[in-house]
Design a protein around this ligand. Structure first.
Ligand code: HEC
Length: 142
């Protein structure tokens, strides 16, 4: 009897700790932290660089610091949509990170920023497949 109880406990533990592809991925908790870390410095609101005094514009007119900007996408959004809820293949926010790091279009485009890990790419893919729900997160609005 003891053995049975123990194997059941182990089975239950394994079951609960194994990542389930159907678990809802949470933008604010699971995705935003690594997007902020790897993408936002080049894709955010226009600002003036303190040291050079130069005005920095978001690269490719693409901003990742607010929901409405992510949904709007960048300057080439018609040909290369940044985010298509439900369709990871048509979401450059993921596809550009999957390219060979030597590729011209690979993101992040500078090695000063962390490339996404396979786990992060998987989370992003699952979140897009699940419909790209931002929950309560709004981020920057202007
Ligand atoms: C070091 C600055 C830098 C970082 C960090 C960066 N990007 Fe970019 N991004 C650029 C530049 C420059 C372009 C314009 C050239 C191009 O399209 O490749 C661009 C363009 C893009 C485009 C094309 C938008 C359009 O409509 O043309 C996407 C999508 C994109 N980046 C996604 C990302 C993602 C996702 C991350 C984080 C994983 C990221 N970028 C991080 C500099 C950066």
């Amino acid at each position: 009897m003891k053995t049975t109880t123990l194997s059941f406990a182990i089975a239950a533990a394994v079951f609960t700790t194994t990542a389930n592809a159907d678990d809802a991925v949470d933008w604010a908790k699971d995705i935003w932290p690594f997007i902020e870390n790897s993408c936002v410095n080049c894709h955010k609101a226009e600002y003036t660089d303190e040291t050079t005094g130069r005005v920095k514009k978001p690269k490719a007119e693409l901003r990742y610091d607010g929901k409405k900007f992510i949904l709007k996408g960048g300057e080439n959004n018609d040909e290369e949509p940044t985010l298509t809820p439900g369709d990871p293949e048509k979401s450059a926010i993921l596809q550009r990170t999957l390219l060979d790091p030597e590729h011209d279009d690979f993101m992040p485009s500078s090695d000063k920023y962390d490339p996404l890990t396979p786990e992060q790419q998987k989370l992003l893919e699952t979140w897009i497949k699940q419909g790209a729900d931002f929950g309560d997160w709004v981020g920057a609005t202007e």
